[in-house]
Design a protein. Structure first.
Length: 176
C-alpha cells in the first residue's frame, strides 16, 4: 500500500491496462455497460492519484528534507542548512561551518537516493544514502572552481513533524 502512496506510475499503469482491456471488449461487443466500467475505472484511477498526491509518507518527508538541504546549499543559506540539523549534530554542523568559510556552492546533485525508516526507537530514525555532487567556487580567488563527489550516509531523527539530521558520513570519494 505504501508503494501506491509514494509513486503514481503503478496506479497509472494498472489504469491504462484495465482501460485497454475494457476498450477491446467494448469494440468487440458494443455493450454500453463496458463504457460505464471504463468511466468507473477512470474515476477510481483519478481518486487514487489524488490520494497519492495528498498523502505524504515518511520516506517522502525524508526525501523532501534531503532536497531542502540541497536547495539551501545552492542558495548558500547556511543558517537554513543548519536548521535541518539537530543541535547535537556536532560533526555535521562543523562540516557546514567549514564549508561556509571555504566555498560558495554553485550547484548540487543527488543521485541514487535510498531511504530507510526505523520505528524500533522512539522517536523514529531514518537513513538516507546517496551519491552527492557539489560544484563550488573557492572563496580564495587563487584557487578557483571545483567539484566534490562522494557517497553520503545521512542519519535523521523525527523531531515533531520534521526529520532532522543527527549525523552524516561522507565516504569513498568518487573521482570524476
Amino acid at each position: 500500500m505504501i508503494t501506491l502512496l509514494e509513486e503514481p506510475l503503478p496506479i497509472i499503469f494498472v489504469g491504462i491496462v484495465i482501460e485497454a482491456i475494457l476498450a477491446g471488449l467494448f469494440v468487440a461487443t458494443r455493450r454500453i455497460a463496458l463504457l460505464l466500467l471504463m468511466l468507473a475505472t477512470l474515476l477510481v484511477v483519478l481518486a487514487l492519484l489524488v490520494v497519492e498526491h495528498l498523502v505524504v509518507t515518511e520516506r517522502e518527508q525524508v526525501e523532501a528534507t534531503v532536497f531542502g538541504i540541497a536547495e539551501a546549499l545552492e542558495a548558500n543559506d547556511w543558517d537554513r542548512v543548519k536548521s535541518y540539523c539537530t543541535p547535537d549534530a556536532r560533526r555535521t554542523r562543523a562540516r557546514i561551518d567549514e564549508a561556509q568559510q571555504l566555498v560558495e556552492i554553485l550547484d548540487t546533485g543527488i543521485h541514487n537516493l535510498q531511504i530507510s525508516i526505523s520505528h524500533v526507537t522512539s522517536p523514529p530514525l531514518a537513513e538516507a544514502r546517496f551519491q552527492g555532487v557539489v560544484t563550488y567556487r573557492r572563496r580564495d580567488p587563487f584557487v578557483g572552481y571545483g567539484r566534490y563527489s562522494a557517497r553520503f550516509r545521512v542519519q535523521f531523527r523525527r523531531t515533531g513533524q520534521r526529520w532532522l539530521v543527527t549525523d552524516h558520513i561522507e565516504h569513498q570519494p568518487v573521482s570524476r
